[in-house]
Design a protein. Structure first.
Length: 291
């Protein structure tokens, strides 16, 4: 029996948290025979830990080429479902995620897309300053959708969208979701935000995780500049704080005055990380890093 939907999850050295994602998929409101799960193992080794418990409709595909977008593309080639649900190994899909996603797709053209809601959560009862920073800066799916794209942490569409637009770009380790989404928008694919098609995502809890993401985004911009897809930014743009970003921090109603100062300091430190990375790439002939 051919499933209606395929869930695609790239994973890289995250087997333990992947299990939590798989447990959520095992508890979906629709039956196992209506969807399949493809875990795209992006580790160098094809080995899967013995503790991993796969739902009966899930399988692991080894994709040694580095990068989550290469992993997603490989899974796409193997997918049997027409409806495609993308999420990440650290995400926790709501029990109604697939059911509501299919219902939302039914009201759209085959080439259109759903930007599902992403709710960030803290690892403990009290949010750290780094988690608060991430809550302001990350996974703003409704805002992204207005610009024509969404994060692949919660992207739902059909095969026809990829037939129209082509696969994800595999040239960078971050930013491929926005690049593909904007290509889709230019090709005429509409994107709609769905609050009911929801997953939960842990906020990044320390500076190292935030810095890793910042470096990957700079790497993506650098690749886009080298390939001519985007104009070259002045190097100072990476260092100077952006007024709109500082305003967003200042207007965040859920932050105390002290929290705003701490978050602003994290923001400036990350500007320094981005600046250092672009210097490494441009002036020292470096290559984009995954971590």
């Amino acid at each position: 029996m051919i499933p209606e939907a395929t869930v695609i999850i790239p994973t890289y050295d995250e087997w333990q948290i992947l299990q939590e994602c798989l447990d959520c998929l095992a508890q979906q409101s629709i039956s196992f025979d209506r969807f399949e799960v493809i875990v795209a193992n992006n580790n160098a080794s094809p080995d899967v830990p013995a503790f991993l418990q796969l739902p009966p409709n899930a399988r692991v595909l080894h994709v040694p080429k580095p990068g989550s977008y290469a992993a997603r593309n490989a899974a796409l080639r193997e997918a049997r479902g027409d409806a495609l649900f993308f999420t990440d190994s650290d995400c926790l899909p709501d029990r109604l995620w697939i059911e509501n996603g299919l219902a939302a797709l039914a009201n759209l053209r085959p080439i259109d897309r759903i930007a599902g809601a992403v709710t960030l959560f803290a690892k403990a009862e009290t949010w750290t300053s780094h988690e608060l920073y991430d809550s302001i800066r990350s996974m703003k799916q409704s805002e992204y959708a207005l610009k024509g794209w969404c994060a692949t942490a919660n992207l739902v569409t059909r095969r026809a969208a990829f037939d129209l637009v082509g696969p994800f770009s595999e040239n960078a380790f971050s930013g491929g979701d926005s690049e593909w989404g904007l290509r889709a928008a230019e090709a005429g694919s509409r994107i709609v935000f769905s609050e009911l098609t929801t997953i939960r995502h842990p906020a990044r809890g320390d500076f190292a995780a935030l810095a890793k993401k910042a470096r990957r985004l700079v790497g993506n911009q650098h690749v886009s500049e080298v390939t001519g897809r985007k104009p070259k930014w002045p190097i100072g743009r990476y260092l100077l704080p952006k007024a709109r970003d500082l305003l967003k921090i200042g207007l965040a109603s859920h932050l105390s005055a002290t929290d705003k100062l701490r978050v602003a300091w994290i923001y400036y430190r990350l500007r320094l990380v981005s600046f250092s990375e672009v210097v490494r790439l441009r002036l020292l002939s470096g290559t984009p890093k995954r971590s």
